[in-house]
Ligand binder design. Sequence first.
Ligand SMILES: [Zn+2]
Length: 555
Amino acid sequence: MKTDIIGKYLLFIPVLIFSIGNSFPQQFTIPPELFSRAERTWYEETSLNSDVASFCKTAGSMSKYAHTEVFGKTKEGNDLIMVVLANPEISTPEEAISSGKPVIYIQGNIHAGEVEGKEASLQLIREICFGPKTKLIDNQILIFCPNFNPDGNDKLSATSRPSQDGSPALTGARVNGEGYDLNREGIKLEAIESKAFMKNIIHKWDPDLLIDLHTDNGSWHGYTINYAPAYKTVGHDIITDYVQDKILPEATKSMNERSGIPVWFFGNLTQKTGESPVYSTYSHMPRYIVNYMGLRNRMGILIETFSHEKFEKRVLSNYLFLVSLLEYTNSHAGEINEITRSADSETVRLISEFGGKMEKGVKYKIAEAEKTIQLLMRETEEYQTVDGRTRIKATGKLYIADNIRYFDHFLPVKSAVVPFGYVFPGTLSNVAEKLKEHAIKVSILDIRHPIEAEEYLIESFNRDSRAIYGGHYPVRVEGRFIRKKLTAEKGYYYVDMRQPLAWLIFYMLEPESDDGLLYWNFFDNYLENRGIEKGPVPYPVLKLMKPIDSMLKSL
Ligand SMILES: [Zn+2]
């Protein structure tokens, strides 16, 4: 009822728009489709798929800056919708390249119970299209996908976010229509949405920065937004350093100046009896899409909204922090372009110069910061629910806790030599196809090649008995590398590491990688057929210790 009244009322709201280069305001009526369901229901409900679709289509048809496109279809037949915002308007990746502007991709609702990013994205799209935030596309191209998990979005339930403040009453499901958690897909890329994202966003538009919008389950710290960069593993340091030391602190400062809403780095707070509290971040693994971006020499920012706040404040915080981030990126667009491009060329240079000589980590562990931190905290108290359960709620008071131990980065616990390239038998087409899905260049040897290689002998093969993320049984191996002169046969796949995606290739193909293709079962059949259950078997991916072309010349 309330919705209808508000919807009709909005039809007649005149909004003052200041057009660029014109000091006289124009009157413009924003149609009801350009107000989110959250806004129209006083934040009692979240936007349905149909709301997001009509919002994005209306923005695309009415705004001179917006191009709306369907970039995929889900298992349940829902559209994956993106809105490209640029001034002047563009509709193709070629136009983005020739504009020379960086591309920023903002994704909401990957977990469809975590709806704040979706709502904030819609509001921000409207205000970029029709003012007052049009200036955010002066120097950059923004691509919004407000609803990355539409199959989860409309499966509304009161229990999908149990630890959240009671608003909105109903939210969507975490997983997609196939049952995948879309934020564990960075390496294996199995879900329909992930494949569409890779093909139509990453390959085509090659975003310099990805912003992934989530809602946390809620340690009782005092921040409304937490964030994290793509954590450093093998990828190029300048990417993470820039996000961690420049973008995030500057956006935090401007968020504080504009709103006073406290925001800080992501962490979970734990305390064992008799010990001081510990604040530690989540994971370095590239299965998480933000970390994955780092392996592509691209920037990533994870945003987690504090779930115990009221819904309206959660959306507002997302909106304001997005504005703070995008103001920074807009005013440093040239710098961002330069950093990602130089990470690409530097990667190729490093491999060409130090291939076969340098080592990088393949397994990591979380590590403690040198100093303890002060953390803004919420005071909490226990209360009894009507069914007699004990729960915790905030009293409203904030305080500062001292001497918190802080685990904020990752260090390698196992390293391996970074080779000039990898070769593996032509029977492993599943591996070659997966590499190609990531836009990695893979070729096929047309003649036999002598090679100087490292072969890994798998001496211990352990497969978990419990399935994770779409029926995978994680594999961990132990063994040793043996340097040999071997022959790569005609028809073998060849992956030259002297390409910008070298760090991703390394993480995917190293046998002891903690998130590589061996871990995700891509070699199970091959190894079982060769008796891995009974004894040691050589891992079929050989590491080239000299460039393959130089070996050929020596024939
Ligand atoms: Zn999430």
